[in-house]
Design a protein around this ligand. Structure first.
Ligand code: BTN
Length: 258
């Protein structure tokens, strides 16, 4: 990291914006912080960024390793003006947004492992956790988009060492504050990406999975071939028995067979 992550440089890279950045040296989870603000109706236009998380959360109840100064841990609040059926696309659109921000800043082109993990050379660089915030009548009052991007390799526990990757493993000279600002700018644009129907093609061209043999994990795991990503960002797979299925739920995970 040429210069450490800091609020002043993120703001200056972001330029004029309505977004208010809440910058924390340490927190439990930036997603939890922003959800708590949302429950008090105070999350609009807020982005929470931390240098370290002690209880970083991932999808499917997993934890997200978030040590100090090694990554960008960022949560962005969106009050969507999308049709109900398009809300689920925020997950895929967030992955495209992060890829676009990275492409502006580094020479490598990380790819999206369905649904929204970002990988390069078999290593996970970035995880994304999108959480709905509901009001007391169970209506959707907003969405918290949590991004955990691994930037600079530090000490990594043995069990994660061969799984996670850092931008610094593959490139140097990048500016983390510019990357954070570009992620925020791209997130500012995701509703347009979804509404303009550009999402599917932007997602597909960054897919790591199309054309690969995979294992669909879950209660009844099976092997399949990933044929395509459809216009709703569902993963179209062909099972070994030739059956075509479209995976749509974020509760399903896949593993790419090498
Ligand atoms: C995953 O890999 O399953 C998703 C990881 C998401 C991590 C980010 S870091 C910022 C935000 N705060 C959290 O607690 N989680 C997300």
């Amino acid at each position: 990291m040429s210069k450490g992550l800091n609020k002043r440089d993120i703001k200056s890279a972001l330029g004029e914006t309505k977004k208010k950045i809440i910058f924390k040296k340490k927190t439990g989870s930036t997603n939890t912080d922003l959800k708590n603000l949302a429950f008090k109706d105070k999350a609009l236009n807020k982005v929470v960024i931390a240098l370290k998380q002690t209880q970083g959360r991932g999808r499917l109840g997993r934890s997200f390793y978030s040590p100090e100064n090694n990554g960008i841990y960022l949560s962005y609040f969106l009050k969507p003006s999308l049709n109900n059926e398009d809300i689920v696309l925020i997950t895929s659109a967030s992955a495209v947004a992060v890829c676009k921000a990275l492409e502006k800043n580094i020479t490598i082109s990380p790819k999206i492992k369905w649904v929204n993990d970002i990988f390069y050379e078999g290593r996970k660089l970035c995880g994304i956790l999108v959480e709905a915030v509901r009001d007391k009548d169970n209506g959707l009052s907003g969405v918290v988009i949590g991004i955990g991007l691994n930037c600079i390799r530090g000490n990594v526990p043995d069990e994660l060492n061969s799984i996670i990757g850092y931008l610094s493993d593959f490139c140097d000279g990048f500016n983390v504050n510019q990357i954070a600002a570009d992620i925020i700018s791209e997130l500012n644009d995701i509703e347009n990406l979804i509404k303009d129907n550009g999402l599917c093609s932007e997602y597909k061209k960054r897919s790591l999975v199309i054309g690969k043999n995979i294992k669909v994990l879950g209660d009844a795991p099976y092997r399949a071939y990933a044929e395509d990503v459809d216009e709703r960002c569902g993963l179209v797979v062909k099972s070994e028995s030739g059956e075509i299925r479209t995976l749509t739920t974020g509760e399903i995970t896949i593993r790419i067979d090498e």
